[in-house]
Design a protein around this ligand. Structure first.
Ligand SMILES: *Cc1c(COP(=O)(O)O)cnc(C)c1O
Length: 409
């Protein structure tokens, strides 16, 4: 495997270490093959909002397995999951289940192009939308970590149809819409940017994007693969009160299994085959085991909405501890990032003022204390309901101790 891993950030290259290999996980802890235990603030990059190996999810999956692992035919369970998603996110009038966030965003963009008959799309520098060709332009996540601004192997023609705007800079969007009048199919955005570290949308940014999209005839796509079911049951669109035309979900919605969803306006989604001419398919789409895990996860979240206040509070306490160290901290709900810079972080440019060598020292120090944060400055810290008050206390103490170590910046 390239780098020994199946997804680049896992290789720990940017923090100059070799990765631990996980043997098992339970609640807030990961256990590696060398017998170490880590308090986990990565949570599989988001899905683990209730911690690892949630008993009722595991049980439901075990039971479902007995009835067969895949059918390639529709099941009632898929309808149930779609209805649960819709009950939480009303803008999802019609949707498709797919296997990964990458697939969800790729398909949503295709639907937007098919519906509008336009080819260009606008994305934001530092936002990550999976690894499909047209979206690997100035993307975040592992591309920032490895200092690869664009991937090799992406035809220039694909990238040319992707126009780049700056996050939190509405003028950059207006300019592109003007210069490409009548040609922009969609604006795709992470409503809270969380793949260059956490960068919240500034007051009004999402609402103005909505207006700009409407005025130009472009569709607005919220990539809620991270924010969906994390900022609340209604995702970022519920949190900020701005409704996109299409949305994508992943991570939490699969309950730890490979499942994602895209959907939105009925008229747009009616363009997808077999109803319309936009082709999108999948042998394992709506896989019964993945659907079971997702359904059980959403049922738990719907039954326990109080966990959102709990994880928000936990994250707020961590935020405070990081702030005491003098670092810049951004937080939205249970997503946060300490940035190794003293500058305010509001876009890609300010994110890049971070001292990644200082981050790597901090990462190693925390890991040796048994605390696992994402092995990159450009990923979010994920707080789960399995993080108890005592675990948060312990983490805050460690952060403060690190702050006093004189190694911060
Ligand atoms: C993780 C992520 C994706 C890609 O999802 P995969 O399941 O890794 O393909 C897309 N968009 C955002 C915002 C993400 O965080």
């Amino acid at each position: 495997m390239p780098g020994g891993v199946n997804s680049p950030v896992r290789a720990f290259r940017s923090v100059g270490r070799t990765p631990f290999f996980v043997e098992k996980a339970k609640g807030a802890y990961l256990y590696d093959a060398d017998g170490n235990r880590y308090l986990d603030y990565v949570c599989s990059w988001g899905p683990g909002i209730l911690g690892h190996a949630v008993p009722s999810v595991v049980e439901a999956v075990q039971k479902a397995c007995e009835n067969g692992l895949t059918f390639g035919a529709p099941t009632e369970k898929e309808v149930e999951l779609a209805q649960l998603i819709q009950s939480c996110v009303p803008s999802m009038e019609m949707m498709r289940l797919v296997n990964s966030g990458t697939e969800a965003v790729m398909s949503a963009v295709r639907a937007a192009r098919g519906f509008t008959g336009r080819e260009k799309i606008i994305k934001f520098t530092g936002c990550y939308h999976g690894h499909s060709d047209g979206l690997l332009v100035k993307a975040g996540s592992g591309l920032l970590t490895g200092s690869v601004p664009d991937s090799a192997g992406v035809p220039a023609g694909y990238a040319a149809a992707t126009l780049l705007a700056e996050y939190n800079d509405i003028e950059s969007v207006r300019r592109l819409l003007e210069e490409n009048e009548g040609q922009v199919a969609c604006i795709v955005v992470e409503p809270v940017a969380a793949n260059m570290g956490v960068v919240p949308p500034e007051e009004g940014f999402l609402a103005v994007l909505r207006e700009a999209a409407d005025a130009s005839g472009a569709l607005l796509i919220f990539d809620e693969v991270i924010t969906g079911f994390r900022l609340g049951l209604g995702g970022a669109q519920g949190y900020y009160g701005v409704t996109p035309d299409l949305s994508t979900f992943g991570k939490i919605v699969g309950g730890g299994m490979p499942l994602a969803a895209y959907g939105g306006r009925r008229d747009v989604m009616s363009c997808v085959a077999p109803c319309g001419a936009v082709y999108q398919a999948g042998t394992l789409s709506g896989n019964p085991i993945a659907v079971t895990a997702g359904t059980e996860m959403l049922k738990l979240l719907i039954a326990h909405p109080e966990i959102y206040a709990q994880i928000d509070q936990s994250a707020a306490r961590l935020e405070e501890a990081y702030r005491e160290t003098g670092l810049t901290v951004n937080r939205v709900g249970s997503l946060l990032s300490p940035f190794f810079t003293r500058e305010k972080v509001r876009d890609y440019q300010s994110v890049m003022t971070s001292d990644t060598a200082a981050f790597a020292r901090y990462f190693g120090w925390m890991l040796e204390k048994g605390i696992y944060v994402a092995p990159s400055q450009f990923e979010a810290m994920f707080v789960s309901a399995a993080h108890s008050a005592e675990m948060i206390d312990m983490t805050c103490d460690m952060v403060k101790e690190y702050g006093k170590s004189g190694m911060i910046l």
